[in-house]
Ligand binder design. Structure first.
Ligand SMILES: [Zn+2]
Length: 284
């Protein structure tokens, strides 16, 4: 399983809002479907190319472009404190200014804490029941970073000057998979009917333009990503370029085999990868 332990506190590069990001201590990349373009369905761990969005100013950035502010054991400042019954609940009978109303207010504030997943530390709860307003019951919470929405990818791609090239590379990779998704739907239906899905794939002008731009960015920033480069060449119909790139690759992983096989058969469609652990009955 994918497991997490503790959080890194990352500041938005634009507005400095601090977010908590769970530390993965073990990964499981297993998913129900994995495609040659890297798209996964029902994945247990989807990194989304590290593209994140600030919960406050909505600025889009790479997780590694965020400002590291430290570590936290929990997202709530006090939620790992041992819980104690606040003094004001033990004392009302002796309070000269005690009222039922004040106790009820305090209890409802306490319920609010609990319902939101945090328990108050004694130090943050006022113990002057009956005289003061409700205790400060707003716990310090670190928001989570947003994932960028699929529907926002087109507008992000349209503004390359606003973003760093490594970020644009990540956005275009997500956009590539997103634009392939309609084909995936068609492919599943054809496979169900026992037909060859690959004939249904034709890259649109938009897809071609995005794949070409992505290739340029990959060659410049991640030339070692041979598999993805080969896959892009293949989906562009440049089968010789795809095979030539993979000649230098010693990998015999299922991903490499699937891309190589499809290129040899001059198939440009994204292809489902069959892993050894997947029985033939439950895969396409
Ligand atoms: Zn921000």
């Amino acid at each position: 399983m994918t497991r997490f332990s503790g959080y890194r506190l990352l500041g938005c590069p634009t507005c400095q809002t601090v977010h908590a990001v769970a530390n993965a201590v073990s990964f499981n990349l297993m998913s129900f479907e994995t495609w040659t373009d890297g798209q996964r369905l029902h994945s247990l761990m989807d990194y989304r190319e590290g593209v994140r969005q600030c919960s406050s100013c909505e600025h889009v950035f790479l997780e590694r472009e965020a400002k590291f502010m430290g570590n936290a054991r929990t997202r709530w400042r006090n939620d790992d404190e041992p819980y104690e019954i606040p003094a004001f609940l033990l004392r009302p009978a002796n309070e000269p200014t005690w009222t039922w109303q004040s106790v009820r207010d305090k209890l409802s504030a306490l319920t609010g804490w609990v319902m939101r997943g945090g328990l108050p530390a004694p130090s943050t709860v006022a113990d002057n029941a009956g005289t003061a307003a409700a205790p400060a019951d707003v716990p310090f919470q670190y928001p989570e970073l947003y994932q960028v929405r699929e529907s926002d990818l087109a507008s992000l791609v349209a503004k390359p000057a606003d973003y760093s090239e490594p970020l644009m590379l990540a956005i275009r990779a997500l956009y590539w998979r997103y634009l392939n998704d309609p084909y995936r739907d068609t492919a599943r239906r054809l496979i169900e009917k026992g037909r060859d899905p690959a004939v249904a794939f034709t890259a649109s002008e938009l897809q071609i333009e995005n794949m070409r731009a992505l290739l340029v960015l990959l060659v410049k920033h991640r030339p070692e990503d041979v598999l993805i480069r080969a896959e892009l060449h293949r989906e562009l119909g440049e089968f010789t370029a795809a095979i030539d790139l993979m000649n230098d690759l010693v990998s015999e992983h299922e991903e490499a085999n699937a891309i190589r096989e499809a290129a040899r058969h001059k198939i440009s469609a994204p292809t489902l990868i069959k892993y050894a652990w997947q029985s033939s009955s439950k895969t396409f």
